[in-house]
Design a protein around this ligand. Sequence first.
Ligand code: QUE
Length: 350
Amino acid sequence: MTLQSEIHVHRHGAVGHISLNRPKAINALTQDMCEAMADTLLEWRNDDAITAIILDHAEGRGFCAGGDVQLVRRSALEDDGAAGRAFFRAEYRLNHMMFTYPKPIIAFMDGVTMGGGVGISQPCKFRVATENTMFAMPEGSIGLFPDVGAGWYLPRLPGQLGRFLGLTGARLDGAECLWAGLATHYVSAADVAEAKAHIIETPHDIDAALRSLMPSPAPDARLAGNAASIDKLFAPDTLEGILAALEADGSDWANKELKAVASKCPTTCKVALRQLAADAPDFAANMALEYRIAARMLMRHDFIEGVRAVLVDKDGAPQWHPSTPEAVTEAMLDAIFAPLPDGEEWTPLA
Ligand code: QUE
């Protein structure tokens, strides 16, 4: 498959349009896709004729299911992780370029929006959810960690919602994304084409173009009913404390979330808690920290095993090492967060 076919690039007057087009993998991002998107955005950054950019997917079930983690796994097994690190470097550079982009980008989170898909939607000024939106940070299932800027976005969500999303991998629908601020607008999937047409007609007032199609009242967010429980039970600062709080609660909801957290990679969960507390001074510093973590996590047993269990053998039965929260030591976490050797740290693109 040629590079050009994995993203489609169009111009409609003053509006640039990038469509992800790798439907066989629900548009999971490859390094080539990240670099092609960054090249296109760089070109449009200096093009006075372009004032806004639409980001969506060309066809299929979802906006973007994540990143090319099967390639990263093969890299860990075959080339000491070199290709995997190159992928994360490119992906995080795209995330950072979008975060600092001087023109509005409108992301259509229509369908699956997980992992890498979160990383290219959250930096956008306009984030449009639909009834098909399925948002999640599922990295705990594959022994990775919530990356692509999650260390920046999750701590800024209301209450303990960020911890909840990072530790449980919970799936949010479009109404819940709007309630949480993960989406700025909501339109029905049937109106997505019209929303894009409105933006192209009135690119100077994107908010009005989208608002005119928003249902009123806003759709009901089930998650709002669990917010008080989330804030209480995810308040402890340790994984052991959160698991104990969920267990002590005893409600059906808490038992379900206890099972979700307990099934995730314990090292991932402890990395996530430390990362979400890191409080980087700016987005670039956050991405540099995430790159250090990624460079270590991609070489660990848990990532190789997690991708095997979820995407290769699909048995859903990963064997984590260490297998319990208590066995994940502070010294192990220190090594995962430690600076990289000179010349290997992540830096943004110019
Ligand atoms: C965690 C992840 C990913 C995941 C599942 C997880 C991820 C990812 C995919 C994915 C899904 C469908 C595909 C594909 C990849 O699944 O990052 O190629 O067809 O890309 O539990 O982080």
